[in-house]
Write a protein that binds this ligand. Structure first.
Ligand code: B1M
Length: 232
């Protein structure tokens, strides 16, 4: 071992989180796994590890990707490291014994292969008591329609990270309208380039800024649905 090798377990919480941002940047999967486990052993809530160590680290990666300092192969390594940390957190986030809320079908739209945000939304929704059917990435409208028929969800979630793919959400919603099924489902949309206005323009029920907002929004819609049924 070289003198300057960093022992993660010897770092303070703040230093470790900082180091995890660096390790995520460098795409060091094993270090991210180790750091995630150490923070959990120190009593950190899974959600805090997720947001402060992983999501914040990926935000920094995103900035340097945008500025041309990092390139696709490096960002792919960062994404893999992030996913390894999320893999550890997933069962912990899901094990909350929350009462059953409803069912969500979620996927990244056609042409888009970004899935970290979508996976994170899925994890948080599971933790909040929703059954989640994950369609993965690059989904044409047929995939959403087939999943609706097969799984009879309460909510449809769509994710897009590219300005070139986000308009596809309207294709899905318009197709649902054409088939006369749009109003049978709550449609939630999210992804970094979207905003409230875009959500309205494509005809979604709500735009969700992040996973926590997605959970709260989904819960509110389920509550409304139950109230409508109760008073019918
Ligand atoms: Co891409 N990429 N990428 N990329 N990538 C972005 C999106 C970009 C903004 C980077 C940049 O330039 N700053 C840029 C898009 C620019 C634009 O459209 N204007 C970009 C580009 C250009 C590209 C390529 C075209 C690059 C190329 O090939 N030249 C290419 C496109 C491939 C394709 O999709 N066809 C590409 C590829 C990749 C990788 C494969 C290397 C990798 C993806 C790996 C993977 O996902 N498995 C990657 C990554 C990692 C990023 C950045 C750096 C990080 C995205 C991420 O995971 N963020 C991203 C930079 C950025 O976003 N600032 C970037 C962390 C995640 C937790 O946040 O996904 O926003 P986010 O999800 C949040 C919310 O948005 C929300 O909740 C989540 C959790 O809080 N949310 C939802 C998301 N989906 C939701 C759905 C909901 C609700 C909420 O439904 C209910």
């Amino acid at each position: 071992m070289s003198d300057d090798e960093i022992i993660l377990s010897e770092l303070s919480d703040d230093e470790l989180v900082q180091q995890m941002h660096d390790d995520l940047y460098d795409g060091l999967k094993e270090e991210i796994e180790e750091g995630t486990n150490i923070l959990l052993e120190r009593g950190w809530e899974p959600y805090k590890v997720l947001t402060e160590a992983l999501v914040e680290g990926m935000r920094i990666v995103g900035e340097d990707f945008r500025d041309g300092i990092l390139f696709v192969p490096e960002v792919l390594l960062s994404a893999n490291a992030m996913k390894a940390g999320m893999f550890i957190l997933r069962p912990l986030l899901a094990a909350t014994n929350a009462p059953k809320q409803g069912k969500l079908v979620i996927g990244t739209v056609k042409g888009d292969i970004h899935d970290i945000g979508k996976n994170l939304v899925g994890m948080m929704m599971e933790g909040a008591g929703f059954d989640v059917v994950d369609l993965g990435i690059n989904n044409p409208v047929e995939n959403y329609l087939n999943a609706i028929e097969e799984h009879q969800p309460d909510l449809i979630g769509m994710s897009a990270l590219l300005t070139t793919t986000m308009p596809y959400m309207k294709v899905v919603i318009d197709t649902m309208k054409e088939k006369g099924i749009r109003d049978d489902y709550v449609v939630l949309v999210g992804g970094a380039p979207l905003n409230e206005e875009f959500g309205k323009a494509v005809g979604a029920d709500a735009y969700c800024r992040d996973a926590a907002v997605a959970v709260e929004t989904a819960k509110q819609f389920m509550k409304r649905k139950h109230n409508v049924h109760a008073s019918a």
